[in-house]
Design a protein around this ligand. Structure first.
Ligand code: ATP
Ligand code: HMH
Length: 269
């Protein structure tokens, strides 16, 4: 079984962060492992407290995993602050991590800053060059590039600019578009589009986490980047189409819809 590692924050409500990543890894056929960067007190309505994990403990978690187990892919999510970013970058370099998916998490759907704004340029400088794929949403791409993004043409322009920071591929996600949910992949030469109709649901907590973890799982299993993204896009679209009305606010996606359906376990969404 291939093995994937998430380096991210814990979401107590289970729909985003480490919890979403481990569910997406399980649903996409890889053994999931985790390095926790921060613990958030969070639910479907908001983020109420954050405790960053000591960088020495983050470094030890990375060491514990890589010294013992072959890591086929890594997904990076919430990285909070400069010291965390430096620790992760040093760990990934030391262990020559491959198939690295960087989700440049900045602000939660409820508007909470999961990344200290002072650390934004550090994330760009230290983590983007290590990425096989970086997966910004539109607001994150606007922060990274400093440009306003309102059209598919702007998305292409921004993807080109982000590619200059060193990732091998940029997947600029269109979840925040007013139109359909079109994501654009740029490999330095070619733009490829992944489109799905916009699903009418408010339950989209953790969509970005889930997508990036599914891409990492697919890379771990040996898929090329384009196929890894295409399969992950299908997976997230199903997970959103059957999203769960759990909690009083923005509910989570359904990480296991297809598996449950095939097993005859799942009755209703
Ligand atoms: N309503 C929707 N219908 C269909 N696809 C959607 C919808 N919302 C988001 N997506 C898709 O979900 C994936 C994640 O994109 P999105 O832009 O929502 O990520 P995000 O903002 O980083 O998520 P989060 O920060 O909550 O984890 C993309 O493939 C996007 O196109
Ligand atoms: C811990 C965590 N990571 C990422 C997100 C993405 O929005 C979130 N809400 N919480």
């Amino acid at each position: 079984m291939k093995k994937a590692l998430t380096i991210a924050g814990s979401d107590s409500s289970g729909g985003a962060g480490i919890q979403a990543d481990l569910k997406a890894f399980a649903a996409n056929g890889v053994f999931g492992m985790s390095v926790i960067t921060a613990v958030t007190a969070q639910n479907t309505q908001g983020v109420f407290a954050v405790q960053d994990i000591d960088p020495a403990v983050i470094a030890k978690q990375i060491e514990a995993v890589f010294e013992d187990i072959e890591v086929d892919a890594v997904k990076i999510g919430m990285v909070s602050r400069i010291e965390t970013i430096e620790t992760i970058a040093a760990g990934l370099k030391k262990y020559r991590a491959r198939n690295v998916v960087v989700d440049p998490v900045m602000v939660s759907k409820s508007g909470y800053h999961l990344l200290n704004p002072a650390a934004e340029s550090k994330l760009t400088a230290l983590l983007l060059p290590l990425a096989t794929v970086v997966t910004p949403n539109i607001p994150e791409a606007e922060v990274i590039t400093g440009m306003k993004i309102t059209s598919l043409q702007d998305m292409e322009e921004a993807a080109k600019m982000i590619h200059c920071f060193g990732p091998q591929n940029v997947l600029l996600k269109g979840g925040h578009r007013t139109d359909d949910a079109t994501d654009i992949l740029f490999d330095g030469n070619t733009f490829r589009y992944f489109s799905s109709p916009r699903i009418a649901t408010t339950n989209t907590h953790g969509t970005g986490c889930t997508l990036s973890a599914a891409i990492a799982a697919n890379l771990a299993r040996g898929y090329a980047v384009y196929d890894a993204v295409a399969l992950a896009k299908e997976y997230i679209t199903t997970a959103i189409a059957h999203a769960l009305a759990i909690g009083k606010g923005v509910g989570p996606t359904h990480h296991f819809y297809d598996l449950y359906k095939r097993a005859g376990v799942f009755i209703d969404e």
